[in-house]
Design a protein around this ligand. Structure first.
Ligand code: C5P
Length: 260
């Protein structure tokens, strides 16, 4: 396997900075990244993001920007100034929105000597079914729409997409045909949530709620399907020993010595 990055992103899906700090302290040694989403961000704010970045955390800021091009580009610039490693936008915002965000972030990063964050796209939320798409005037089935938006993200210069395990393999295959200026086809990143230990998925009494993750894969299966990064929340957050759970996920994929 040629992957050299540590592929684990732990979702800090907790309501307070104190709880998030505790998780970071427990897991920072593993070299994983951390995802801060709307709940924690709305509660603890950008100061807290800055605090973790200063402490050495790789942060995926999961705020799913979707607005007019100028507003998203400016928000992206602020994410870069905060020092996050990755942030995301909705591909449904369109090509101009994505292109202007990539350009503004790149230009600011060069001018202000910042590390350029990876910018990835949300295509169709996994909570959306064909019926949800029809309600908002989209007649494509979800997978067709996912592929259409993933291609749009790629040609707009984004670094990758968030995709369910089932979508990951289809995107990996299709991405080989997408001509982009910024990437070799194999570099288009796939960030995959919906990860569960095989033992959990087979245990009907599992304490980990997974009803809202209808389609799950084990870490190894997701990597095999084409995922470059795995977003994991409850399987780690609800474990008695979080570090052990994170280590088990890494060990399931590849020997930890192969990660940087
Ligand atoms: O606890 P669990 O492992 O299900 O957490 C998955 C994380 O990934 C959550 O933060 C959730 O918001 C996020 N996510 C997801 N499905 C998507 C996009 C993001 O579960 N399609």
């Amino acid at each position: 396997m040629s992957k050299i990055q540590n592929p684990l992103i732990v979702a800090l899906d907790v309501p307070t900075a104190a709880q998030a700090r505790e998780i970071f302290d427990e897991l920072s040694e593993t070299g994983c990244a951390f995802k801060i989403g709307m709940q924690l961000f709305t509660h603890a704010g950008s100061q807290f993001v800055g605090e973790l970045v200063k402490a050495g955390a790789k942060i995926f800021l999961d705020l799913k920007f979707h607005d007019i091009p100028n507003t998203v580009a400016n928000a992206g610039v602020e994410a870069a100034r905060l020092g996050v490693w990755m942030f995301n936008v909705h591909a449904f915002g369109g090509r101009e929105m994505m292109e202007r965000t990539v350009a503004a972030v790149r230009e600011t990063a060069v001018r202000e000597n910042l590390i350029q964050p990876k910018i990835i796209a949300v295509t169709v939320l996994t909570s959306s079914k064909a019926e949800t798409l029809r309600e908002v005037g989209v007649d494509n089935d979800p997978l067709t729409q996912v592929l259409k938006l993933a291609q749009l993200a790629a040609i707009s210069g984004l670094d990758g997409v968030v995709a369910s395990p089932q979508e990951a393999s289809a995107i990996k295959i299709e991405a080989k045909n997408w001509k982009t200026e910024n990437h070799a086809p194999n570099d288009f990143l796939i960030v995959t949530p919906g990860i569960r230990f095989e033992s959990e998925t087979q245990n009907p009494k599992s304490k980990i709620e997974r009803d809202d993750q209808k389609r799950t894969l084990s870490p190894a299966q997701a990597i095999k399907a084409g995922a470059d990064y795995l977003v994991v929340g409850r399987p780690i957050l609800q474990a008695a020993n979080k570090q052990k759970a994170a280590d088990e996920i890494l060990a399931e994929i590849i020997s930890p010595t192969e990660y940087d």
